[in-house]
Ligand binder design. Structure first.
Ligand code: WQD
Length: 341
């Protein structure tokens, strides 16, 4: 079984991807610094797959630690790199924290991969690189715009670093996966999204409001030029997203990639407004959601949803779950997490 490193493997998307990698038969090694996750997520993974990944607590900013790790695991065939700070608002307040944590760690890992006989590298990127795209749905050729936040900039810079490195490293090939909005949880409700503090993202705020932790949801503006006035996003179920990482890794390890650096948009191809997300949640949960319309949130774009042609036709992947599946699983997860107390 090929050994795969998953950095940030105890995080929201990382843990769901570890499950799918194990289902595919890969041996998984997780590096996580536990700054935005907890070791108990390992129990959730094991209870789903019955397989125990190797886990090493390591801060990837520790260059010597990264070197020592790869000396220990020089049989790694691929890396899926999730580990990064990802709160847009925080990145505006603390840009250097984001440039150090998201960029230097990427450089340290790539330096180690250059030493291996061959390696496949999957990078967690984001539709945020497009900003407000001029054309919808958004294709991979859409202009990468001036980042709206240091967080978004670290994704753009990260893609450029990887592309430049692959050009001069014949044994390294990479794919950047540009996620739209990941939501939902594994159907077993044994793993899911665990935001620390007040959730910044819409869906965890909805489920925490429904369960009574939050008083009410504030909808940031209903005066946008959209059918119901609220912003539109492409909400992709995290399990579909996780499966796309396995498909992308297989593409590299089976040498099916068309070039040494490729990018794919990962979305459903369907845009949903904030109000439509609320309605989908109310429908599947039977809960009436308490919300109010407030002013717009700084930096929000009006509308973003993916053109999925390249992922469907070249990667050979498409989403199987819809918004209601995502809302149902997110609600089930919230209820389980709150029961655990
Ligand atoms: C979605 C919509 C809000 C909360 C961000 C990052 C992106 C990626 C996903 C990491 C927007 C509205 C939200 C609330 C609301 N993160 N909203 N009330 O901003 O599209 O994307 O998270 O990769 O990079 O930018 O996601 O869930 O924050 O917001 O009305 O309490 O919900 O205005 O229209 P976003 P989001």
């Amino acid at each position: 079984m090929d050994k795969i490193l998953v950095t940030g493997g105890l995080g929201f998307i990382g843990s769901h991807t570890v499950v799918e990698l194990q289902n595919e038969g890969y041996e998984v090694v997780i590096i996580d610094d536990l700054s935005n996750s907890s070791e108990s997520v390992l129990d959730g993974i094991i209870s789903i797959t019955g397989k125990t990944p190797i886990f090493e607590k390591l801060d990837l900013k520790d260059k010597a630690g990264v070197e020592a790790f790869f000396k220990n695991h020089n049989d790694i065939k691929g890396v899926i790199h999730f580990a990064a700070s990802k709160a847009v608002g925080e990145s505006v307040k603390e840009p250097l924290l984001y440039y150090e944590n998201n960029i230097s760690t990427l450089v340290y890992i790539l330096k180690e991969l250059q030493k291996l006989p061959s390696a496949g590298f999957i990078f967690s990127s984001s539709c945020t690189v497009y900003g407000q795209a001029d054309e919808l749905p958004i294709t991979e050729n859409a202009t990468v715009k001036q980042a709206e936040s240091p967080y978004g900039n670290t994704k753009q810079i990260g893609e450029e670093i990887i592309s430049d490195t692959c050009k001069v490293t014949p044994n390294l090939k990479a794919i950047a996966l540009r996620y739209f909005n990941p939501v939902g949880s594994h159907e077993t409700a044994k793993i899911g999204e665990l935001p620390i503090g007040v959730p910044q993202n819409l869906v965890p705020f909805i489920t925490q409001t429904a369960i009574g932790i939050r008083q009410e949801l504030s909808i940031f503006g209903d005066d946008y030029p959209t059918p119901d006035g609220t912003c539109i996003r492409d909400y992709i179920h995290v399990v579909d997203l996780a499966k796309a990482h396995v498909v992308a890794l297989n593409r590299l390890l089976q040498n099916k990639n068309k070039s040494n650096y490729e990018t794919f948009n990962l979305g459903t191809g369907t845009g949903s407004s904030v109000l439509e997300v609320v309605q989908a949640f109310e429908k599947v949960s039977g809960e009436k959601l308490n919300y109010k319309i407030v002013g717009r949130r700084e930096g929000d774009i009006i509308s973003a949803y993916a053109n999925t042609t390249k992922a469907n036709e070249e990667l050979g992947w498409k989403t199987e779950l819809n918004l209601e599946d995502a809302m149902r699983s997110a609600w089930k997860w919230e209820q389980v997490v709150r029961k655990k107390g």
